[in-house]
Design a protein around this ligand. Structure first.
Ligand code: URA
Length: 242
């Protein structure tokens, strides 16, 4: 008898999507088990015995897992496919690993640069992105104009974004200030859509350049832009055992 798992976990184990994204695939009616369309959550399948398909294609649990760090350039979307046909981060990896179905762990905005993790391990993605695991993410934000002590304190204490959501306390420090610009290093553990930009907006500042430099123990270091590397086993285990 094979291991019995929930359908969304099975899909994540196949490297198709994170568990949360798999739940959406199920409710969107894109998943069949033994030829029958499943739209409710909670269905269990037996690995190796039940046949699961997504968009009509049979998906199987594969063994090889990939854990990749990409230094994302601006001008790429962090999804596998883009409705406007813009280049995607998956295109960058596909050039080197054509047979691997890999997806981004969370997102960076189209114009944001820096550290983006990519994997075919849905559980890993869940661990890194789920707010309950509180994984720290560090960004270097260049702001137009100056920055006040009051503004910095607001960022550190939490600000209101998204119609009333108060961000958790952040670590923030000014790392450079030159004519017309201020560079702020900020560390947060939440991952709301465009959160860093919105946090600065909330204190009246405009982000003109944004780079992510760290996720948990994984540091971007001097990985050149547009290049990727495999995570070390130390980085993988730190990010898995948060
Ligand atoms: N916060 C943002 O505003 N943008 C990103 O890409 C990531 C975090």
């Amino acid at each position: 008898m094979g291991e019995i798992v929930r359908l969304q976990k099975y899909i994540a184990m196949c490297g198709i999507a994170s568990r949360r994204a798999a739940e959406e695939l199920i409710s969107d009616g894109r998943v069949c088990v033994n030829g029958k369309k499943i739209t409710e959550q909670g269905v269990k399948v037996e690995i190796g015995a039940d046949s699961v398909s997504v968009d009509g294609k049979t998906v199987k649990v594969k063994n090889k897992k990939y854990y990749i760090m990409l230094n994302k350039p601006s001008g790429f979307v962090s999804t596998a496919k883009d409705q406007f046909d813009r280049p995607t981060v998956v295109d960058i990896i596909k050039k080197d690993l054509p047979d691997v179905r890999i997806f981004p762990v969370g997102r960076l905005d189209y114009e944001t640069e820096g550290l983006l993790l990519m994997t075919n391990d849905g559980d890993f993605s869940y661990n890194v992105t789920h707010p309950k695991f509180h994984v720290d993410k560090t960004y270097i934000a260049t702001i137009k104009g100056g920055m006040t002590v009051k503004g910095m304190n607001k960022l550190k204490n939490g600000v209101y974004i998204d119609d009333g959501f108060k961000t958790s306390p952040a670590q923030a420090e000014i790392v450079d200030a030159s004519e017309g610009y201020t560079v702020v290093k900020i560390t947060i553990h939440e991952g709301r859509n465009r959160q860093v930009r919105k946090m600065f907006e909330a204190i009246g500042c405009k982000v003109v350049h944004l780079i992510r430099t760290r996720i948990g123990e994984a540091e971007l270091g001097n990985l050149p832009q547009g290049h990727w590397r495999h995570l070390t086993s130390h980085e993988i285990s730190c990010l898995t055992n948060m």
